[in-house]
Design a protein around this ligand. Structure first.
Ligand code: SAM
Ligand code: SF4
Length: 399
């Protein structure tokens, strides 16, 4: 079953238009049949027996699977969740551990998925998290398995997660100042997150990546502090542009901190140059961070010394949709081919009605075949009049 989310609410885009410049073909991928796939509308899915990979109409292949384990969360980040939380899914609607394990088997063994990221909501809130990871690891000894977490409760679980087979971790931390943390997350758990990061480091869940979203007037002036803190500890910091995926629908194009703003903020303290390493489909553009000449405000290192790297994920202003390799499964078992998709394809009914792996794989492939060109649409321009914010917030999709 393919479900359309509705009603659709026009996204606030301020007065700005967000240019999308993509290198994608406007015609169906080679081998595709049927109507012009560049126009929105019903497109026949690939016939069973075709390429088993998750190929879309534009020739992209999804090899990176993100599964949301739960929609519930213990923080209330203003750019994601409303102050009162959301109506959480009842337990029986969440994918079970065994269902998750089966979907990962199908993804890896049939579709050729090569990487798995567990997310949410907050994955640490899920009580059977360690068992889920151990089960997936038993099936796939070499699969890179990472997890994105807010770090609350990580201190107690980091060792068990590593022992179960988790490869590494991304912790979301937008600031190193307790007051800003409380303002951003509406909770006083700053020290719990720091303890969680320390425990993850000690458990060997490395490389540890730190995800940060900058909000104008809240934590944007703290960007360089967060970078200094991350560099000192050998963590890879990645700034993520705020996307219109907040449950409150408060995002505006004019108020968001862009990748360019972030580079400008960091360059008052550091020298940044684009990393020569191949980006290889990664959402983050990586920069080599060097100490500034002596007259700069650089807090560490001799001028020109390489201090580390920083990533910037410019999902809004410098989108990377042309190279997207992601397929997402929501906590209740729906395929979302794109974060901004307004169509979802349910796999749970198949999982619970005795369908074969091949039937589930075919439905998943059909869902990915229809993946929109960029930002949930088939034509260019996130700032277009008809751009609509999905009903689901980031927490309910699985970021
Ligand atoms: N609760 C976990 C956490 O915060 O890491 C995992 C789920 S959270 C939805 C995953 C990532 O999405 C986090 O790094 C968070 O900062 C990011 N995120 C949430 N809402 C966002 C938004 N509106 N724009 C950009 N990133 C967002
Ligand atoms: Fe929770 Fe993560 Fe959303 Fe913050 S970003 S409210 S931690 S799901």
């Amino acid at each position: 079953m393919t479900c359309s989310t509705s009603p659709r609410t026009p996204a606030e885009s301020g007065d700005g238009r967000i240019p999308v410049s993509l290198g994608l073909p406007a015609v169906p991928a080679p081998g595709a049949s049927g109507p012009d796939a560049s126009s929105a509308g019903a497109v026949p899915p690939p016939a069973p027996g075709d390429d088993p990979r998750l190929v879309d109409r534009f020739g992209r292949v999804a090899t990176d699977l993100r599964i949301s384990l739960i929609d519930k969360c213990n923080l209330r980040c203003t750019y994601c969740m409303p102050a009162d939380g959301l109506a959480w899914l009842p337990a029986e609607r969440l994918l079970t551990g065994e269902e998750i394990r089966r979907l990962v088997r199908i993804a890896v063994d049939t579709h050729g998925v090569r990487e798995l990221r567990l997310t949410g909501g907050e994955p640490l809130v899920r009580k059977d998290l360690v068992e889920i990871i151990a089960g997936i690891r038993a099936d796939h000894p070499d699969l890179p398995i990472s997890m994105t977490t807010n770090g609350v409760g990580l201190a107690a679980k980091a060792g068990a997660l590593a022992a179960a087979g988790l490869s590494r971790i991304n912790v979301s931390l937008d600031t190193i100042h307790a007051e800003s943390f409380a303002k951003l997350t509406r909770r006083n758990f700053f020290h719990k997150v720091l303890e969680g990061i320390e425990a993850a480091d000690a458990a060997g869940l490395r490389p540890i990546k730190i995800n940060a979203v900058l909000l104008r007037g809240v934590n944007d002036t703290e960007a360089a502090d967060l970078l200094a803190w991350s560099l000192q500890r050998g963590f890879e910091l990645r700034f993520i542009e705020q996307m219109p995926l907040d449950a409150d629908h408060g995002w505006t194009r004019t108020n968001m901190v862009t990748a360019e703003d972030t580079r400008t903020l960091l360059r008052t303290h550091y020298d940044l140059s684009v990393s020569p390493d191949a980006r290889d489909g990664a959402p983050a553009e990586r920069y080599v961070v060097r100490a500034l000449p002596a007259d700069g405000a650089d807090p560490a290192g001799t001028p020109g010394e390489v201090l580390g790297t920083v990533g910037i994920i410019a999902s809004v202003t410098e989108p990377f949709c042309a190279d997207c390799r992601r397929t997402r499964i929501t906590a209740e078992g729906r395929v979302m081919s794109c974060l901004f998709s307004r169509e979802e394809t349910d796999l749970t009914a198949l999982l619970r009605s005795g369908a074969s792996d091949a039937q589930i794989a075919d439905r998943w492939r059909a869902a990915m075949w229809a993946k929109p060109r960029a930002h949930g649409m088939d034509h260019t321009g996130l700032g277009d009049q008809d751009f609509v914010q999905p009903d689901r917030s980031m927490s309910a999709i699985g970021g």
